[in-house]
Design a protein. Sequence first.
Length: 340
Amino acid sequence: MTASDIINDIKKRRLKPLYLLHGEEPYFIDLVSNFTEQNLLSDAEKSFNQTVLYGKDTDIMTVLGAAKRYPMMADYQLVLVKEAQDMKRGKEDDDKKGMDPLLSYLENPLPGTVLMFCYKYGKFDKRKKTYKAIEKNGVVFESVSLYDNKIPEWIEDFANERGYKTDPHASAMMAEYLGNDLSKIANELDKLMLNVAVGQTITVKHVQDNIGISKEYNVFELQSALGKRDPFKVNQIINYFEANPKANPLVLVMANLNNFFSKVLLYHYIKDRSPQNLAVELGVKPFFVKDYEQAARSYNYGKTMQIISLLREYDLMSKGVDSNEGPGELIKELMFKILH
C-alpha cells in the first residue's frame, strides 16, 4: 500500500481504527498525516474530535486516554501522534498479555477512533506485538527512501499530478542539486509552479530562474565539460564555483561527480550497448546515454578507476583529512588530475 492509496481510502471514508506510518523517508509520512489532519474531519468536528500529540511531549497513557473517548457529534475522532519515535514508555511487549495497556488497546481498538502513529526516520520493530496488532487491526505503511536514480522520475510524477510536464534535463538538474530530500524538492517545486502556468512543461530555464541554479556554471555543465575533456570550460566552471561556494558546496559537487564517474565505470562493463539497454543498466533516461558514451570515450577503464579513487581521496581532504587546503584549491587540483 502506498501513501496515495491511504489518502484515497481516507477520501472515500474507508477508514481503519489504527495506522502506523514508519520508515526512513519522512516525506510520505508527513504527506499522509498532514492530509488526515486537514481533511478527515470538518472544521466544526475538529474542535471536539481531533487531538494532535507529539511524542516527546506525551506518553502512552495520555494517548490511550484520548483514544478511548467517543466522538462528539461526529462519526469519528482522530488521535494523531506525531514524532512517535520520541515517545517513551515502560516495559515492552514481553509483558504478559493484558498487562500492557497499549497492546490491550491495539488488540481491541474503538471503531469510532482513528489512532495514527507517525514514527519517522527509522523502521518500527516488526517483531513487537504492538506492530503485529496494528498490522492485524489497521494499516501499516513503511515509507522507504528512494534511490538517487529514482528521484528524477519522482519529480516528474509530482509535477504530472499537478498538471505539469517536466523536461528530462530539468528533473535531472533538480535531482542533482537538491539531493534526495523529498520535502525540500517538493517545497522548491511548489514555489516554482507559482511562476509556471498549469499545463506547461517545466524546463531547465524555469529551474534556473526559480531555484537559483546558474545556466552556464552548474554541476551538469561541469560533468559535460569533463566528459569532453574540455579544460577551458572546466576551469571557467570551477572558478565560478570558487566565487560562489554557498551555491556550489564542494561536498555536493564531489557527490555528483562520484555518481557520474561511477556510471562511466559501469558503462565500461556493459556488453550490450544499445541505447535502450544502456539506459536501463545506467539507471538514466535514454536522453542522457550519450553523455556517458562521450565520457567513456574520453576516459578508458583504467583512467576511470583512477578518477573514482581521486574523488574519494579529495572528498576526505575536503573534510579535513590530511589537508588544510580550502575548497577552491582542492577542486582545482582535482580537476587537473582528472584531465591529465
